[in-house]
Design a protein around this ligand. Structure first.
Ligand code: BGC
Length: 747
């Protein structure tokens, strides 16, 4: 026996003797003890029971501490960032005495934010609008699960992702963070993302509630819209998202709706969210979106971020003087506590670890491959056959080194810094154009290994055209950058990119355009190029996914979650309504005081009402560039044999056949035209199914349509109503290609 082994056995023996003579409480005994002292730690009780038990023990100060954040470095001097912050946008001090942990919040729209500053790494997934283009609920769940895992590995227990404002105004600078223009698609997708996040035991959050559909003047604008329109459009997306996911938090937005700031809007918070939808979680303000104590509290704001202008000592005084009833305060606290129990952040707190980089890259690539929309493919220009191509011209700003990403609080930091900066100088700043180090040139070279692949940035369009002239194919990478806190003035590609495409297309009949955009773009060159691929903001491995689509390793399946209009002239509003100068602030240190008091409102009338996106173009008989739900594939599909059966849900059965020679997956879409008396736009999406089909294969597909999706919101009755009459269901591969049709009567 080795001396080491003898030593080990001796110590082990001593331990056993000690453990049997001196009583060392086991883990389970300790847990039992803690659940005796802290009965709320009994996971067998419901989240509400557990929250009530904690609440009974809390002092007024402890309650108040849960109702507000503790500041944000960039927003000092509102309040300093407390020491225990994990470096995210929000930090709430818990109640250690009672075993209630801190809440560590991070932005996480397409990945965890501010990892660079905190010396960490996170995966950038394809932007949210890209995720919506997959129309794939499993993929959306995986999207959320990855974010949830990376949040936890970085020490966060709450996500501030979940943006689901409808694309009512495609120039909105945050369109890339949202899930498109249809409430049912966006609602189901955000629901799946949130379910994926919360399954990892982080608190999920839907935002920005509600009608924060433009960024210009977001802290001042008063959105005017009728109730029916908001219930059937923007609010429906939130309603579905919450129903599908049980997301524990909702962030109220900066703007006003019909006169009141959303964070003190009793219609939105008390009547709709908490009463009608029975939301049991908590409402937190957008950062500096709170404007009062008693009014906000009565309306249903539960928590203020990032500081405590209203929900700190002012709230305490209001409770003590009776201006805010104690029962109201308790309700706010109860909602926060029950959310913590319900999502598992108390029973299973995050453990810091190393983010799984390899797994993240693989998932980001796979999700992007499912999100790339093939918009045009004349003469089967794509996929490219690497064995037959001798030369490729890769053209476009920074297409040699990276792909663009979306900015603002959604920004994920690229490893090594901004790819267009010299090494070591890549720190990222608010509203920089950040390029991820995923190089289209390198990935194309890897797949076209026998071809001569050359690059031109396009800075001189003529020069780029010369390169294109002598190549077998020209691939132009065009980008459009977007950010929070700004809107686009137009949907045109920035810089000289339209010129580059025109000149390259004139020089080479095999010109392919790859778009890296966060929203729709106008395409004056649409008829001159042979193929167009919408890659959105492609995430950490975007370029590899794009190259695999171009060279046919991946057969595209995605479809547009928003309409691409022909021009801004066709939008409901010719220009984005901007705030008059007087109502904006100017970056002065005391601006927060002015914002807190409330900026003078300026008005916007969303008088297109429920005609959002394709509903607008359909109703107004406007032609579009590419319709909602549109996307090509390297194979083709046909539809037949529609049957509609009326039951609790309406059941829609039909056959889809892959009529081409490649395996693929078709997103089969179901729309409904309501009876004339409903007074609705011509049709609405009511369901879909993504069907995998081998070449030549047929499958019968059934889509169940919830009757609510066939209903309208009746304002007098304050309820959804199915209008009796003739309905038509339409089925096909895009909102403008619906070969199957069947009419029937309801109810
Ligand atoms: C944004 C939110 C974000 C918050 C915290 C705000 O400016 O509107 O979406 O979660 O900042 O960073």
């Amino acid at each position: 026996m080795s001396p080491r082994l003898i030593r080990f056995l001796f110590y082990r023996l001593c331990f056993v003797v000690l453990a049997t003579t001196v009583s060392i409480p086991s883990y389970s005994q300790a847990a039992k003890k803690s659940s005796i002292n802290r009965p709320w730690m009994n996971a067998g009780l419901s989240p509400d029971e557990r929250a009530s038990l904690v609440l009974k023990e809390m002092t007024l100060d402890e309650k108040i501490s849960l109702l507000h954040g503790t500041g944000m470095k960039d927003l000092s001097p509102i309040s300093p960032l407390a020491k225990g912050s994990n470096g995210g946008a929000g930090y709430v001090v818990g109640v250690p005495r009672l075993g209630i942990p801190d809440i560590q919040m991070s932005d996480a729209a397409y990945g965890v934010r501010e990892s660079g500053k905190n010396g960490r790494y996170s995966t950038a997934l394809p932007s949210d609008i890209a995720a919506a283009a997959s129309w794939d609920l499993e993929a959306a769940h995986e999207y959320g699960a990855l974010i949830g895992r990376e949040l936890r590995a970085q020490g966060y227990n709450m996500s501030l992702g979940g943006g689901v404002n409808l694309t009512r105004e495609p120039r909105n600078g945050r369109t890339f963070e949202y899930l498109g223009e249809d409430p049912i698609l966006a609602g189901k997708m955000v629901g799946a993302v949130m379910k994926g996040e919360q399954a990892q035991h982080v608190i999920g959050d839907l935002k920005h509630y509600a009608l924060n559909d433009q960024e210009s003047g977001r802290k001042a604008v008063n959105v005017n819209i009728d109730k029916r329109s908001m219930r059937e459009s923007d609010l429906l997306a939130f309603e579905i998202g919450l129903r599908e996911s049980d997301a524990a938090a909702v962030m109220c937005s900066y703007n006003r709706v019909n006169g009141d700031y959303t964070c003190e809007n009793s219609y939105l918070l008390a009547d709709v969210l908490k009463k009608d939808w029975n939301f049991q979680g908590f409402v937190l303000s957008d950062w500096q979106g709170a404007h009062s104590v008693a009014k906000a509290s009565a309306a249903g704001l539960d928590h203020e971020e990032p500081g405590e202008i209203f929900y700190g000592s002012a709230m305490k005084a209001a409770v003590q003087s009776g201006k805010v009833p104690l029962s109201q305060l308790d309700d706010h606290v109860h909602r926060i506590l029950r959310s913590m129990f319900a999502t598992g952040v108390i029973d299973d707190p995050p453990q810091k670890g190393v983010v799984d980089v390899e797994q993240g890259l693989a998932i980001a690539q796979r999700l992007e491959e499912q999100s790339i929309v093939l918009l045009k493919n004349e003469n089967s220009q794509l996929p490219l056959d690497a064995s037959k191509i001798a030369s490729v011209a890769v053209i476009g700003p920074h297409a040699d080194v990276g792909m663009i990403s979306g900015a603002g609080s959604a920004q994920v930091d690229p490893p090594g810094g901004n790819a267009i900066m010299p090494p070591g100088e890549g720190a990222t700043h608010w509203q920089d154009h950040i390029w991820f180090p995923t190089s289209p040139l390198r990935e194309i070279r890897a797949l076209a290994s026998h071809a001569k692949v050359q690059f031109d940035s396009g800075a001189d369009a003529m020069h780029a055209a010369e390169l294109a002239r002598n190549a077998d194919v020209a691939i132009v990478f065009a980008y459009q950058w977007e950010s929070e806190d700004m809107d686009l003035d137009s949907l045109a590609l920035p810089e000289n990119q339209n010129e580059i495409i025109e000149k390259v297309a004139a020089a080479n009949p095999h010109t392919i355009v790859v778009l890296e955009t966060g929203t729709a773009v106008t395409m004056p060159w649409v008829n001159k190029v042979s193929a167009i691929v919408e890659a959105w903001y492609g995430g950490s491995h975007g370029a590899r996914a794009v190259a695999r689509v171009l060279f046919g390793a991946v057969n595209p399946t995605a479809k547009l979650p928003m309409t691409f209009p022909r021009s801004e002239e066709d939008l409901p509003h010719r220009t984005v309504v901007k705030p008059p100068d007087a109502s904006t602030t100017h970056g002065e240190p005391d601006d927060w005081k002015i914002i807190a008091r409330g900026l003078p409102p300026f008005q916007i009338a969303y008088d297109e009402g429920l005609k959002v996106g394709y509903k607008w173009y359909d109703a107004e008989h406007k032609q579009v560039l590419f319709p909602f739900g549109f996307g090509l594939s390297y194979t083709t599909y046909s539809y037949s044999e529609l049957r509609v059966t009326r039951g609790k849900d309406v059941s829609v059965t039909f056959k889809v056949t892959n009529t081409g020679s490649r395996d693929g997956a078709e997103i089969a879409e179901v729309y409904a035209a309501l009876p004339e008396a409903a007074g609705e736009p011509p049709k609405r999406l009511v369901g879909w199914s993504k069907v995998k089909l081998a070449a030549g294969e047929s499958k019968e597909v059934t889509v169940l349509v919830d009757r609510k999706y066939l209903s309208i919101f009746n304002v007098e009755r304050d309820a959804w109503q199915l209008i009796p009459g003739g309905y038509t269901l339409l089925v096909g591969g895009s909102s403008q290609d619906l070969p199957l049709k069947q009419s029937f009567e309801l109810p």
